[in-house]
Design a protein around this ligand. Sequence first.
Ligand SMILES: Nc1ncnc2c1ncn2[C@@H]1O[C@H](COP(=O)(O)OP(=O)(O)OP(=O)(O)O)[C@@H](O)[C@H]1O
Ligand SMILES: [Mg+2]
Length: 268
Amino acid sequence: MSCCKVHKTFKGGILKRKKPVRALVDINFDVRSGECFGLIGPNGSGKSTLIRVLSTLLYPDQGQAHVCGFDVVRKPYRVRELISRVSVDAAFFKKLSAWENLRYSARLYGVPLRIARQRALDVLAELGFPARRFNDSMEDLSRGMQQKVAVARALINRPQVLLLDEPTTGLDPRSKREVETYIERLRKETELTIFLTTHDMYEADHLCDRVAIIDKGRIVALDTPKMLKQILARKRGSDHVSLEDVFLELTHKEWVEDVEEDETDKKD
Ligand SMILES: Nc1ncnc2c1ncn2[C@@H]1O[C@H](COP(=O)(O)OP(=O)(O)OP(=O)(O)O)[C@@H](O)[C@H]1O
Ligand SMILES: [Mg+2]
């Protein structure tokens, strides 16, 4: 999976009432097959936009993105066959049960129902989802349970690439740990390529082979968590540097620039 010089700007609408937003600026990276690649960055820095480009839901304005060798703009259907995405707030048919939602996905992907059911039950058991809630309607399940169903749904078609957009945001510590442990297992025991966005520095540090830091649409650092920490540790002459320190160091300048922009506005 790769991005080469990808740009995406959201225009200010037809009437141009809003300022355009440069959500992605010159994004370049390669994700190796089987790698767990993390993307961290402040709110509004472009993480979900990048995931939407990779999952063919948004076209880039410039540049190319490839998933499993297929161009996301030219071959969106091939890409969709090979990927699954779990978004921060997954969409379901709320009145239908967990299994009915899963069955719907299985039908879409042509997975035989018996196999789909067993796959889903296996994943959900590992995630600590109570089997007795399998036939409850989605609206009766807690957010954590819904998120676990979303993960099971994403794996029902045995994708080659799993795009996880903040999969553990809003989960209680136990559910969060269960999802993290499961991602860790997928990373170690399968060939699945994982692209993970998170606000949790523990996750980025412990689950990801490499991490990119994005700030205002630009990738400002990309390396293994160990190297990212080492570089800052050397700069500071200290041994005690966390990934959170790296994040704060590379993304903390926003308010200074905002003030400068405000002052320029006043002069105008
Ligand atoms: N459909 C859209 N129309 C206009 N602007 C958008 C749209 N989607 C995203 N944006 C803007 O693009 C920028 C990047 O948004 P994005 O959702 O990718 O950020 P994010 O890094 O995922 O943030 P968060 O951590 O809060 O999830 C933001 O300024 C956002 O307001
Ligand atoms: Mg987001």
